[in-house]
Ligand binder design. Structure first.
Ligand code: SF4
Length: 259
């Protein structure tokens, strides 16, 4: 099946963000009652399993499509499957995934209930190399369909490759992380990839892990604002007047996740 075709059970336009579905995402008017994302996502999983649009299909054990809640307001997008993900069929299940879960938990976000987690490419690149631009482009229609079906309000882009694959921005994750952007009507926040944080475990103020915790607190604030219908983008991308994102206990949990 071609990923640019609409999936059975989905109120998705074949033009991918070019029709009513994109308008619905842009203004948030789509009603859950008018779509059946569960059936459509199940169809998407099946179709991905048969996909051979790029060479990554040759080396995969299985496609790795998603985990988490398909009705979540938050979508977390990473780079691509590693060895453990390729074996299990689920994204972010290795050490980096565990750290990701712990970091989100420290800001009161349960990635099983509050997030839909996926990758830019659905098949494992050999030797865990970065997917090529051609491979990311080949897989992008699948990601766009996931976004249309899940209809998240916030995208967290974990790492430079996810930022490049979605926003088309190359490099500069150190500079661009923590800066909110709007893309096709969605709020996007690049953050450091948890694999990078595993290699940089210091939690001192100003370190990558500390900065990521600030970013995830901002995600929590943004979600609160959107739930309250009051999100406004200020010039610096910071969220003003938001509900507290964490508790001291949550902060300690983040500290505990630092190792
Ligand atoms: S990486 Fe994406 S485009 Fe390439 S074969 Fe896998 S599912 Fe298809």
């Amino acid at each position: 099946m071609d990923p640019t075709e609409p999936l059975a059970g989905a109120m998705v336009q074949p033009s991918l963000f070019g029709g009513a579905a994109s308008d619905a995402i842009a203004d948030g008017s789509a009603s859950a009652a008018t779509r059946d994302p569960t059936a459509a996502l199940a169809a998407l999983h099946g179709a991905c399993g048969a996909c051979r649009r790029c060479g990554l299909a040759l080396g995969r054990q299985q496609v790795v499509v998603s985990r988490g809640n398909p009705a979540a307001s938050l979508m977390v997008i990473g780079e691509g499957p590693g060895a453990q993900e390729d074996a299990s069929g689920s994204p972010f299940v290795g050490r980096a995934g565990q750290l990701l879960d712990q970091m989100f938990a420290s800001v009161a976000i349960d990635t099983r209930q509050d997030a839909y987690v996926c990758n830019v490419v659905k098949c494992r690149p050999p030797d865990n190399r970065k997917p090529t631009p051609e491979e990311m482009a080949a897989c992008l229609p699948w990601l766009l369909q996931q976004i249309e079906l899940v209809q998240p309000k916030v995208l967290v882009l974990a790492g430079a490759t996810a930022m490049e694959g979605v926003l088309g921005l190359k490099g500069g994750i150190t500079k661009l992380r923590g800066q909110w952007r709007q893309w096709r009507g969605l709020w996007c926040l690049p953050i450091f990839h948890p694999s990078y944080l595993l290699r940089n475990p210091s939690r001192e103020r100003g370190t990558p892990k500390w900065l990521t915790w600030q970013d995830l607190q901002d995600v929590r604030r943004r979600l609160h604002q959107l739930e309250a219908g009051s999100a406004q983008l200020d010039a610096g991308g910071a969220s003003a007047g938001a509900a507290p994102a964490t508790t001291p206990a949550a902060g300690r949990a983040m500290d505990a996740s630092a190792d």
